[in-house]
Design a protein around this ligand. Sequence first.
Ligand code: SF4
Ligand code: FE
Length: 480
Amino acid sequence: MDIQTREDYIQSLKDQGHVVYYDGRRVEDVTVHPAFIPHINAAAKTYEMALSPEYEALATAVSHLTGAKISRFTHIHQSVEDLIKKVQLLRAIAHETGSCFQRCVGWDALNATYMTTFDIDQKMGTDFHPRFLEYLKYVQKTNKMIVGGMTDVKGDRSKAPHQQADADLFTRVVERRDDGIVIRGAKAHQTGGANSHEILIMPTQFMRPEDADYALVCAVPLSAPGVIQIFGRQTNDDRKFQGRIDVGKPDYGLVGGETLIVFEDVFVPADRVFMCGQTEFSGTLVERFATLHRQNYGGCKGGVSDVIVGACAVACEMQGTAKASHIKDKLAEMMHLTETIYSGSVSCSAMGFATPSGAFYPDPLLANCTKQNVTRHVYEIARLAHDVAGGILATMPFENDLKSPEIGPYVEKYLAGVEGVSTENRIRILRLIENMTGGTALVESMHGAGSPQTQKVMYGRLGKLDMKKKMAKKLAGVAD
Ligand code: SF4
Ligand code: FE
């Protein structure tokens, strides 16, 4: 693996010269910019844990293509055990970062593309799969971080890609050449974009034959000419520039660090094009990517929720409420909700199966249920966290007030909790809870891996309603 250590990873980001904007200005080096460092630290954990004896077995795998030891984040799942290890790994990393560590999106894109290029070749006689295998070997060897580029900006949601007033609102091919293609468009909500190396672009939805230019899968280095990233605002992002206490979790990100990635007539060589015009496979690819990413959410959000529960328990000890029966009950409820989402991720993995390509795939109905539960349970966990932490969560003074020679002693004295607990530590743990249970962090649980309605749509397709109606009629003695 070319990139092995945290230092290798950071140096690789310095070297690649990708174009990123923050707050209207070009960022020359994301690795030294306060808005990006926490996200880089979180992604770096995926490299660090692969080298730690404790996590090596989870965080690495053996390539089924080359037999080499690789990062699990570049592995194609070969068994149910691989699927379960994925979920265990995500929970373990979330314990270290308390936030999204971004690298799973590209991993899911690799797996979805692997399965689907195999199917396209089987049906259409194309050679996308062998081409993709070469790319996969390159990713496994270099250990680069890949963005899973699915979500298009979509313009008027009531219209198909080719019907949009501006044809670029879905990413598309604008020119076909002998040696490759030229693409234009943009991908939204791109987790980890600013600190990744390449993007694996996929279509965002089912496509009709008229949308052939939009049925596109290809890989593009983020440093390619014409690729421009614009970083998204997050709740309380100015605090990253103001100190360490008020930001709540100073070393790691609030969420994944999302960018809008613009492709302004970007050339993609033919050996990096893995679908081009095969509209009938767009839906399959989207569904597979979505299922693989929804599989994850009880893992990473389960791990994040563990940290929230721990923070609440510590806050209650610091405030003298830990022994109250309603606090114990609420912490138990938070743990129940956490294990519920985690068990969903484990169960869809345990019920996984091999696709025709040989790559393993989680049970799609259960994976969608898992993600739907995350959109609800993480909000309930946050509600309970706000309940047990108290209103102080919303009214604490600034870090600078605590440090002020004039008023610091008042903050110290009047925000004190249990005797012997420092006020600063109490503020730190409350700020952590604030960071992890509000604003952008919650919205990520709602819409990351697809908005709740997209899971409900899958229930309609996978929920076997006709079979259930038959069962009911049979038991009730209702003839067809
Ligand atoms: Fe991975 Fe979770 Fe972040 Fe998605 S939200 S990239 S699954 S850590
Ligand atoms: Fe996500």
